[in-house]
Design a protein around this ligand. Structure first.
Ligand SMILES: Cc1cc2nc3c(=O)[nH]c(=O)nc-3n(C[C@H](O)[C@H](O)[C@H](O)COP(=O)(O)OP(=O)(O)OC[C@H]3O[C@@H](n4cnc5c(N)ncnc54)[C@H](O)[C@@H]3O)c2cc1C
Length: 246
């Protein structure tokens, strides 16, 4: 929420349904898409900066350069279907923080930060801690998400992403993403589990023994329906295997 009962709107792909269902009743909607430089991608040194207003479709079509861009294009292509991707934005998706959404289950493995802007200026929030709960983020009520900054990845970086949905366009029932880049411990995220994403800062054990470690990680999340536990373990195993695990 920004000042005066106004609510920011970007692609309105999530805000629209909230308004239709009267779950949100803002006095005013501030259309962020008119802000200068709100969308678009730039590279400065070893950092790629993705404007919060960049659409899933632009990312799918290759707006983000290099190895990071390859990963993000693959993830974007799996979000809903093209009309949703044409309007939906990466910033809107992160700020909305739906536990089943795709970007919150992937961006933390890339490292880097969310750039927030508000009355006190800009601040950077690590992506690994940006989502703090179900539909909750580390943004203050008077802040907007301005951009996402992620480090450039070497071409040798290996990664895997796996999500389960019963049909195209549905939200995921389990998502995992694993990234193994030279010089840093491999990272993993497990998401879409009716809880905030689980970020695993050192996923070395998962890459060494995907089946046993996936079972251990999921058991550590506590009570869960058997089908959900099985899907979560499958997501971790498949993502780890795609990232180079035996
Ligand atoms: C049919 C359908 C299927 C979908 N399937 C998927 C899917 O499979 N995977 C997936 O990840 N997503 C899915 N989505 C959601 C889609 O990706 C949305 O684009 C996304 O969740 C929200 O982005 P938006 O730009 O539309 O944000 P909006 O709907 O405009 O805003 C969403 C929320 O974030 C706030 N907000 C927006 N921008 C900012 C900002 N810069 N700073 C602070 N707050 C902000 C708004 O106030 C609002 O509360 C689906 C949507 C639809 C309609």
């Amino acid at each position: 929420m920004v000042a005066g009962g106004a609510r920011p709107g970007a692609g309105t792909q999530s805000l629209g349904p909230l308004l239709n269902l009267r779950l949100a009743q803002p006095e005013t909607i501030a259309d962020l898409r008119h802000l200068p430089d709100y969308a678009g991608v730039t590279r400065a040194g070893d950092v790629v900066r993705i404007g919060a207003g960049t659409t899933h479709a632009a990312i799918e079509d290759g707006a983000v350069p290099g190895r990071v861009g390859e990963i993000m294009a693959t993830v974007a292509r799996r979000i809903a279907y093209r009309p949703v991707r044409n309007r939906g934005t990466i910033g809107g998706s992160l700020a909305h923080a739906d536990p089943a959404a795709d970007w919150i289950g992937v961006l933390p493995v890339l490292g880097g930060s969310a750039v927030a802007i508000g009355p006190r200026g800009e601040r950077r929030i690590p992506l690994a801690g940006f989502v703090t709960g179900i539909f909750e983020t580390a943004l203050a009520p008077d802040e907007l998400l301005r951009a996402i900054e992620v480090p450039v990845l070497p071409a040798e970086a290996r990664w895997g992403h796996w999500k389960f949905c019963r049909k195209v366009g549905e939200f995921s029932k389990a998502t995992a993403c694993v990234l193994a880049a030279p010089g840093t411990p491999p990272r993993a995220v497990l998401a879409a589990l009716d809880r905030p994403p689980l970020v695993i800062e050192d996923a070395g054990a998962l890459l060494a023994d995907p089946a046993d470690e996936a079972a251990r990680i999921v058991a550590g999340l506590g009570e869960m329906a058997p089908w959900r536990s099985a899907l979560a373990q499958a997501a971790l195993r498949h993502a780890a295997t795609a990232a180079g695990a035996p």
